[in-house]
Design a protein around this ligand. Structure first.
Ligand SMILES: NC(=O)C1=CN([C@@H]2O[C@H](COP(=O)(O)OP(=O)(O)OC[C@H]3O[C@@H](n4cnc5c(N)ncnc54)[C@H](O)[C@@H]3O)[C@@H](O)[C@H]2O)C=CC1
Ligand SMILES: O=C(O)[C@H]1O[C@H](OP(=O)(O)OP(=O)(O)OC[C@H]2O[C@@H](n3ccc(=O)[nH]c3=O)[C@H](O)[C@@H]2O)[C@H](O)[C@@H](O)[C@@H]1O
Length: 475
């Protein structure tokens, strides 16, 4: 207990996982004090902002949960040391991106932030702590972290693995009603069992006991990576099928419905798209590739790697369709990009397929007008500049950020849907057709529009995995 007599939880890392996860813990456990800390002052200021629209991330339902608990039993702070000192349990939800340089670059997870957080805990903690690995990490990270934590010998630490399965855009729903809670710990040790019990107690406030499962630490760490591999693999598989559909006249949505109705296969995650994005699928699969390679399992590494390669291929295929469709050149043509986030209901753009699509089109010297309802203009510039070989000045001649879809469409040769935002379904396409160059093309990278209706209006439409429009120039 902290000095207040209340159980103290601290979370290091106030990002997409730390913020929503702790908001739910605070909401569901009013008798527990939850402090979320971060080294980024800007992020913490945004979490504490009185302007609720300024929370650092957009997630349906998040604002309400934060406003109802903030200042009561949910606190956001940059005082990392103070929070560590007071805590009974410390969640670590820092970022674990793919390594950019050095050994394992482009594949292995970069655990710098994790290790820094662990070293801070080791330095500051004076009383026993339970340290919960929330970030997605390679198998056996808990063991390494345990070595760092216990090296000074000043106090005792129990390390638990408790991977997070929330998906952005549905984070609050996923957290409040999870399919399962996975806790990995030392089941052979009394202190380990006690630590697992404390974490189970927290989740038991709102999650039925049968959904809380305990395993050894390594199974838990590996299960997280494997879950993401299985999900991404389904998207890559259906995207591979989409190419087959376009060449054969089959319709990928019909195939996916027919296949998904087999209860052994299931209907979720079978939606063909321009390619999966997000901060985790690619990174976690590359992590599995690296782990397999380090274990000498070359063919298994290749098997995992194909899921990522298929995804790159799908993005390339989509851009090729646009270029060939527009009579083999997009140079100087205006193209409206609808949607920039990696999926709907989030402003997150990490690894978004839209970035690759825009970068390839800019390489072809197309003029882009980009519209997204939630992504900040500065973020779009940052992503495009990072992805492109051109500098900001050159890019500013080619790229324009639009404040609405109609402005983006004005004078454009093609509309390209990169994110499945609901509002795109309800646009006034008669009006859009009127303000576009003719022939007016639509490339629906998410299969969200009513293609038949659009064709009747006069658009030439390309959709992923659908029979090809005879008016589309196909190579
Ligand atoms: N974004 C998602 O949907 C999911 C992410 N994950 C995993 O959760 C982890 C975190 O992901 P996100 O929340 O998306 O990352 P994020 O980048 O949004 O947040 C991480 C935060 O940690 C802070 N940080 C880094 N080092 C720190 C330190 N030493 N002390 C204090 N703060 C520090 C950063 O400033 C940042 O605000 C990753 O391992 C990710 O793979 C797991 C499930 C879902
Ligand atoms: O480890 C993580 O970070 C998380 O990764 C994914 O969540 P997230 O990346 O937020 O979003 P998803 O809903 O999985 O979508 C990922 C990408 O796949 C695409 N997708 C998804 C489903 C589908 O049928 N087709 C498809 O193209 C989405 O548009 C998006 O670009 C997993 O779904 C979460 O369980 C996991 O916790």
């Amino acid at each position: 207990m902290g000095s207040t007599g209340r159980y103290q939880v601290c979370c290091i890392g106030a990002g997409y996982v730390g913020g929503p996860t702790m908001a739910v813990v605070a909401k569901m456990c009013p008798k527990i004090d939850v402090t979320v800390v971060d080294i980024s002052q800007r992020r913490i200021d945004a979490w504490n902002s009185q302007q609720d629209s300024e929370l650092p991330i957009y997630e349906p339902g998040l604002k309400e949960a934060v406003l109802n608990t903030r200042g009561k039993n949910l606190f956001f702070s940059t005082d990392v040391d103070g929070a560590i000192e007071r805590a009974n349990m410390i969640f670590v939800a820092v970022n674990t991106p793919t390594k950019k340089d050095g050994l394992g670059a482009g594949r292995a997870a970069d655990l710098t932030y994790w290790e820094l957080a662990a070293r801070r805990i080791a330095k500051i903690a004076k009383s026993p702590k339970i340290v919960v690995e929330k970030s997605t990490v390679p198998i056996r990270t808990a063991e390494a972290i345990s070595t760092v934590l216990n090296a000074s010998g000043t106090t005792k630490f129990q390390i638990l693995s408790n991977p997070e399965f929330l998906a952005e855009g549905t984070a609050m729903r996923d957290l409040e009603n999870p399919d399962r809670i996975l806790i990995g710990g030392n089941l052979k040790d009394e202190d380990g069992i006690q630590a697992i019990g404390e974490l189970v107690d927290i989740y038991s406030h709102w999650v039925p006991k049968e959904k809380i499962i305990t395993t050894n630490v390594w199974s838990s760490e590996l299960s997280k990576l494997v879950a993401n591999f299985f999900l991404a693999q389904r998207v890559s598989s259906i995207n591979a099928v989409s190419a087959l559909c376009e060449s054969s006249g089959a319709d990928v949505d019909e195939v996916s419905m027919a296949v998904g109705m087999d209860s052994r296969i299931g209907s979720k995650f079978l939606k063909a798209s321009v390619g999966f994005g997000g901060s985790c699928f690619q990174k976690d699969i590359l992590n599995l590739v690296y782990l397999s390679e380090s274990m000498g399992l070359k063919e298994i590494a290749e098997y995992f790697h194909w899921v990522v390669r298929m995804n790159d291929l799908q993005k390339d295929r989509f851009v090729s369709r646009i270029i060939h469709g527009l009579f083999n050149t997009v140079t100087g043509k205006r193209i409206a990009i609808l949607g920039f986030s990696f999926k709907k209901d989030t402003g997150d753009t990490r690894e978004s397929a839209a970035i690759s699509v825009c970068q390839r089109l800019v390489d072809e010297r197309a003029n882009l007008a980009i519209y997204d309802p939630k992504v900040q203009e500065a973020q779009i510039w940052q992503d495009i500049t990072a992805a492109s070989r051109m500098d900001r000045l050159e890019l500013e001649r080619l790229v324009h950020i639009s404040s609405n879809p109609y402005e983006a469409s004005q004078g454009s040769h093609a509309l390209v849907v990169c994110t499945e935002w609901d509002e795109f379904r309800d646009l006034n396409f008669e009006k859009i057709l009127g303000i576009m160059e003719k022939p007016a093309f639509i490339f629906d990278g998410r299969n969200v529009l009513n293609h038949e209706h659009l064709r009747k209006l006069g658009f030439v439409v390309y959709a992923i995995g659908k029979p090809l429009d005879p008016r589309l120039n196909v190579v």
